[in-house]
Design a protein around this ligand. Structure first.
Ligand code: SIN
Length: 285
C-alpha cells in the first residue's frame, strides 16, 4: 500500500553537479498532478531530468511538455507537419556539421527566453552524440566575491546573428532544415548577466556562449576579455553533466540556469531528435 505523500518516482542523480534520471514513469500516459508535481520539483532541484525507454509519438511529447508551459516555435526552423511546436534535429551519416554544437542557452537572444527545452531521441548513433550541460548556478556560486560584486548589476547583449555562431549559423550550414524567419536572424536583446531564477530564487550566471556579444555601454573589443573568461569559467568540468541517449530517451533541461552543447563525435552515423521548446513569460531579472 502506498503511504500518503510517498514519492512515486525514483530519482538517480547522474553527476555531482546536476542532472537526474527519473524512472517509474510512462510518459505516454496522462500523469496525475501528484506525479507531475514530483517531476517538476526534480527539474527545479536538478536542472536536467532524463527518462529512458519511452515510446512516444509527437502528441505524447506535446502533452508532457505543455504541462510545464506553452510551446514556442524555434524561430529559424519549420516545425513538423501538424506539430509546429516540434522540430526535428537530424544529422545524416554524410554530414559533418551538427546543430547546437557550440555552448549556448536556447533563444537567449529573445526578450523572454524559454523556460526549458525537451529532446526526444528517435534515432541515436551506436556511440557518441551526447549532450553536455553546465550548471549556471554553480558558475555563479564559484566566482569570487569581488567578481560577483563587479557583475551583479551588469547587462549584456545576446544575439542570434550569424557572426556569433548562434542559432541561425547552425541552421544555415545544414541542408536538412527548412529555414524560415531569417528577418529575425539579427535579433538581439539585453539581459542581466546575473539572473534570478523565477521559481527557485537562486542566482545564475547567464552565460550563453555563442549568443553573448558584449556588455551594455561597452564595445565588443572592450567586453571580450571578461566575456571570454566567463565563457571558459562557466564550462568548468565540475559544473557539467553529460546525457547519454538510447532510442526512446527524453531529456528536459531548465534554460534559466543551464547552457548546453551537442557533441559532434559520431560522423558516419545518423542522429534524429525531436525538439520542443517550452515558453516562459518571465523576462530575466
Ligand atoms: C540544441 O542545442 O537544442 C541541440 C542539443 C542536442 O541536439 O543535443
Amino acid at each position: 500500500m502506498l503511504l500518503k505523500n510517498q514519492p512515486t518516482i525514483t530519482l538517480d542523480p547522474i553527476a555531482g553537479s546536476m542532472g537526474v534520471q527519473i524512472s517509474g514513469v510512462d510518459l505516454s500516459r496522462p500523469l496525475d498532478d501528484g506525479v507531475f508535481g514530483e517531476i517538476r520539483q526534480a527539474l527545479l532541484d536538478y536542472q536536467v531530468i532524463l527518462f529512458h525507454d519511452q515510446v512516444l509519438e509527437p502528441e505524447h511529447c506535446e502533452a508532457f511538455a505543455t504541462r510545464f508551459g506553452p510551446l514556442v516555435p524555434y524561430p529559424f526552423v519549420k516545425g513538423l507537419p501538424g506539430h509546429p511546436g516540434i522540430f526535428e534535429i537530424r544529422k545524416e551519416p554524410d554530414e559533418r556539421r551538427n546543430f547546437g554544437g557550440n555552448w549556448h542557452t536556447d533563444m537567449s537572444f529573445t526578450e523572454t527566453p524559454p523556460l526549458g527545452t525537451m529532446l526526444y531521441a528517435r534515432e541515436v548513433p551506436t556511440r557518441g552524440g551526447d549532450t553536455l550541460l553546465t550548471s549556471l548556478y554553480l558558475a555563479w556560486e564559484m566566482l569570487s566575491d569581488g567578481m560577483k560584486e563587479l557583475l551583479r548589476d551588469m547587462q549584456a547583449e545576446y544575439s542570434a546573428a550569424l557572426k556569433h555562431a548562434g542559432g541561425r549559423a547552425a541552421v544555415m550550414n545544414s541542408t536538412r532544415f527548412t529555414v524560415e524567419n531569417l528577418d529575425r536572424s539579427e535579433e538581439a536583446t539585453f539581459h542581466p548577466i546575473v539572473r534570478t531564477h523565477p521559481e527557485t530564487g537562486r542566482l545564475a550566471l547567464y552565460v550563453s556562449g555563442s549568443h553573448l556579444t558584449r556588455f551594455a555601454d561597452m564595445t565588443e573589443e572592450e567586453s571580450a576579455p571578461l566575456l571570454d573568461y566567463l565563457r571558459t569559467h562557466a564550462t568548468r568540468p565540475e559544473f557539467t553533466c553529460r546525457i547519454r541517449y538510447r532510442p526512446g530517451s527524453l531529456v528536459l533541461w531548465d534554460n534559466r540556469c543551464t547552457q548546453h552543447l551537442a557533441l559532434n563525435d559520431y560522423h558516419g552515423e545518423r542522429r534524429v531528435m525531436h525538439r520542443l521548446t517550452i515558453g516562459s513569460s518571465d523576462r530575466p531579472h
